[in-house]
Design a protein around this ligand. Structure first.
Ligand SMILES: [Zn+2]
Length: 109
């Protein structure tokens, strides 16, 4: 099975670079691999009407993050404080890491 490679993963800090949420930043909560979409913390809130359930006896409206297309987000570099492209680098121990193409800062994992 081949998994598509995305430029962002779960827990990455990203900036939205297109669409109505442009300019917002947040942490990636979920990557929806099959849909090429991501859910970013506090970005693209949507209202959803829910029926009463065991969890939520009242039902009603809940507000939660909606997914956005993965091409609309870019990894945010802590050092540059800007959205950036990601490069790859091998450490001395042979481990491959992701780096900021602008400043060379290493991203976690
Ligand atoms: Zn940087």
């Amino acid at each position: 099975m081949k998994r598509p490679k995305f430029h962002v993963k779960k827990n990455d800090l990203v900036m939205v670079i297109a669409g109505k949420e442009k300019g917002k930043t947040g942490k990636v909560l979920t990557v929806l691999t099959k849909k090429n979409r991501v859910i970013v913390e506090k970005v693209n809130f949507i209202k959803r009407h829910t029926r009463p359930s065991a969890k939520n006896r009242q039902g009603g409206i809940i507000v939660k993050e909606g997914s956005i297309h993965i091409s609309n987000v870019m990894l945010l570099c802590n050092k540059c404080n800007k959205p950036t492209r990601v490069g790859k680098k091998f450490l001395e121990n042979g481990k491959k890491v992701r780096v900021c193409k602008k400043c060379g800062e290493i991203f976690p994992n």
